[in-house]
Design a protein around this ligand. Structure first.
Ligand SMILES: [Zn+2]
Length: 80
């Protein structure tokens, strides 16, 4: 099912802060665009840097979950 990628990858720029997307203009790197909403530098959607960012965010989330998990499992660990 390759039809779903009717638009070419990288046709959109995305702001990772507020998830604003806008069509990528040819010849203009997304990181040269600022988010019209919050002014943050935009990434090319699905591009290398976007994926890097998403991975970082995931790791952050996991770390925070782990932290919370540790705290929560402190008292009721072997309760069964
Ligand atoms: Zn934004």
């Amino acid at each position: 099912m390759k039809d779903r990628t009717a638009y070419k990858a990288g046709e959109y720029c995305i702001c990772v802060k507020c998830n604003t997307r806008m069509p990528h203009r040819r010849g203009v790197p997304c990181r040269d665009n600022k988010c019209p909403n919050c002014g943050r530098t935009m990434f090319r959607e699905g591009g290398y840097h976007h994926q890097l960012f998403l991975e970082k965010e995931k790791k952050k989330e996991e770390q925070e979950k782990n932290k919370k998990g540790e705290g929560a499992s402190d008292g009721n660990h072997d309760q069964k």
